[in-house]
Design a protein around this ligand. Sequence first.
Ligand code: G4P
Length: 529
Amino acid sequence: MGFIEELQRRRTFGIISHPDAGKTTLTEKLLLFGGAIQEAGAVKSNKIKKSATSDFMEIERQRGISVATSVLAFNYQGKKINILDTPGHKDFAEDTYRTLTAVDSVIVVIDVAKGVEEQTEKLVEVCRMRNIPMIVFINKLDREGKDAFDLLDEVESKLNLSVTPLSFPIGMGYDFKGIYNIWESNAQLFSGEHKQTVADKEIYDTLDSPKLASRIGESALNQLKEELELVSGVYNPFDRKAYLAGEQQPVFFGSALNNFGVQELLDCFVTIAPNPLPKEADSRMVAPEEKDFSGFVFKIHANMDPKHRDRLAFVKIVSGTFERNKPYLHVRHGKKLKFSSPNAFFAEKKEIVDVSYPGDIVGLHDTGNFKIGDTLTQQEQLNFQGIPSFSPEHFRYINNADPMKAKQLNKGIDQLMDEGVAQLFTLHLNNRKVIGTVGALQFEVIQYRLLHEYGAQCSYENLNVHKACWVTCDDPEHSEFLDFKRVKQKFLANDKQGQLVFLADSAFSLQMSQQKYPAVQFYFTSELK
Ligand code: G4P
């Protein structure tokens, strides 16, 4: 198979949802239908149980699992599917945002009873801003839930999407009988009594089948016909171009637990989902078809074994082929690196691979060269965009609690920051170090990992900061900028890259500063956009 065929058969995507909507179950069922695993229950859940949020061992266990499930790859109908795992826990939302920079499309899972939840809103907003193609899967149809049309309205209004159903439920909850597959124009029924165990289905190619009428009853059939008429009257027909442009989102209904509606979703997904897309770099757009290799680091995973300090850097290949033992330019360092054992991922295993294609993820063993957002190329000087740090919302001073281990502490903090666990700021006023995180759980993770991986101890001290934002001014000598820096000196810091950051102590003070100093620009991601 040639290079172009290889890249055209790649489908790299992420599944996003509010915790408990069924992301893990759906992932597992996709692997099952894809033939990548033989039985359900094989994919371990990487979610942090609610009861265990402060249990460090639980966090470590989760980290172990999340290495294994970071990328789940399998072949289906000639397509190579790469599912990128996204943590559901809100304290790890930044990991999820970063992973979304490496996907070419997403599937959004929604619980039929709970509808659109908070975390779904946030994640979909990120996808919408980047015009990522989305398919919506409404799950748990075996339970009593919201009316299908109400739910479609809710998805449109709360998530600001423009949906078109490609399947429609026949009944719901106790009366859930099956699905009308609008995409393939057929009705599919459960063929047994128990919705929890049935995997086989009956398929009817026409709604006029007398057997279908007798199976679901005349009135249910008439209702279905009316609903389908309403669907075609209210919603625009599926338009692949609009889907690929992020302007229309097809919706499927089903029950991941009962294997219902999952294969339909997968079959449609492999047909309509995009192969690797071009990506924006600072100097130009990079197309996947280009011969020269380029890629970027979107995730770094520390080794679980403290005796081996190496880490695994996850690189999404944007263009060209990545080959083992070939030198590539690490753009930030300006030096060439070779990788003798790049890992590729299959289902839950990883293996050394000689050649990888656009859309693929390779895991590179790293002894501290990489940080999130780094670009690798054949030789060109370019940096991929869109992998920013987000403005953290929790802040604490970090202190060394064991003066004999200052070196270990600094190294540990440095590496954890490169991994993207949190952000480090140095206050102008007194040079003290402040850790900023998106979720409160990260402070415990940092303390635990510093001790167990670096033998260093830290303590925290509270600090009253509302939000950090990056500040710049077109003219560094502008009187307003100088004035701002003088008045707010107490609240200024540098991030790890030396960029100026304003640690606003309240929403009010941030707002006042924005009004008072219009020549100063305030940004809420480190990419200054
Ligand atoms: P998440 O990754 O999005 O957090 O969700 P996960 O798949 O873990 O699913 C959350 C719960 O919802 C699980 O139950 C799971 O079995 C259940 N679930 C998933 N899909 C369906 C479905 O189609 N119908 C019904 N009725 N339930 C579904 P749990 O009791 O929390 O966990 P477990 O003990 O079953 O693993």
